[in-house]
Design a protein around this ligand. Structure first.
Ligand code: 5GP
Length: 185
């Protein structure tokens, strides 16, 4: 199926599962080499990373630990803008090699916040692995961005963990929003 409808939006295929699997395998091999003789702790950022995290970890052959965090954002009562809270960040990251696993890096604000929270625990090292990266949307540079599955255009995507209004996370492939072509004048 090449296009799908979720509520008011039509999506077309961007990355097939087979392609995602192959890329994930290569990232896994790279991490196995980079972290040889170490025991990193992978931290998946929920909800979007759950499928990527599961598939990536199946490629990891070195000893490792796994945790998840969830980040929520809401507008505070004061005019301080967005406030973020993390839930479930493991407390034992001191002197550990931490690998944060994300579904997508868009503006980079979420990841910047998560990296800041991890750094507070003084880990031995910290790197970020994201399946998707939208370089044109990035507002906060992320030095720790070490492993990137695919760089994509600045467009809205769903599937393989990513949702539209809570829907579509279960799709095997990744789809992008189909834009309606504007007729020439
Ligand atoms: P940020 O802008 O902070 O880098 O991205 C924050 C979050 O927005 C991501 O973790 C993801 O949940 C969501 N997000 C960003 N771009 C997209 C997109 O194209 N599709 C979907 N479904 N979620 C996105």
């Amino acid at each position: 199926m090449n296009t799908i409808q979720i509520e008011d939006k039509t999506f077309e295929i961007l990355l097939e599962n087979d392609n995602i699997s192959k890329r994930t395998r290569l990232i896994g091999i790279q991490i196995n080499v980079d972290y040889e003789n170490r025991c990193p702790i992978f931290i998946g950022v929920l909800n979007g990373s759950f499928l990527f995290m599961a598939d990536l970890l199946r490629e990891i052959e070195i000893p490792c630990e796994i945790g998840f965090i969830q980040v929520s954002s809401y507008t505070g009562a004061e005019s301080s803008g967005k406030i973020r809270e993390t839930f479930g960040l493991p407390k034992n990251l001191h002197n550990r090699d931490v690998i944060i696993v994300e579904d997508i890096v868009d503006t980079g604000y979420t990841l910047n916040y998560v990296v800041g929270e991890v750094i507070k625990q003084a880990p031995a090292s910290i790197s970020v692995c994201t399946l998707l990266f939208k370089p044109a949307a990035l507002k906060k540079p992320i030095e720790e961005l070490e492993y990137v599955g695919f760089e994509i255009e600045n467009e809205f995507v769903v599937g393989y963990g990513l949702d539209y209004n809570g829907l579509g996370r279960n799709l095997k492939d990744i789809y992008r929003e189909k834009t309606v072509a504007t007729p020439l004048p």
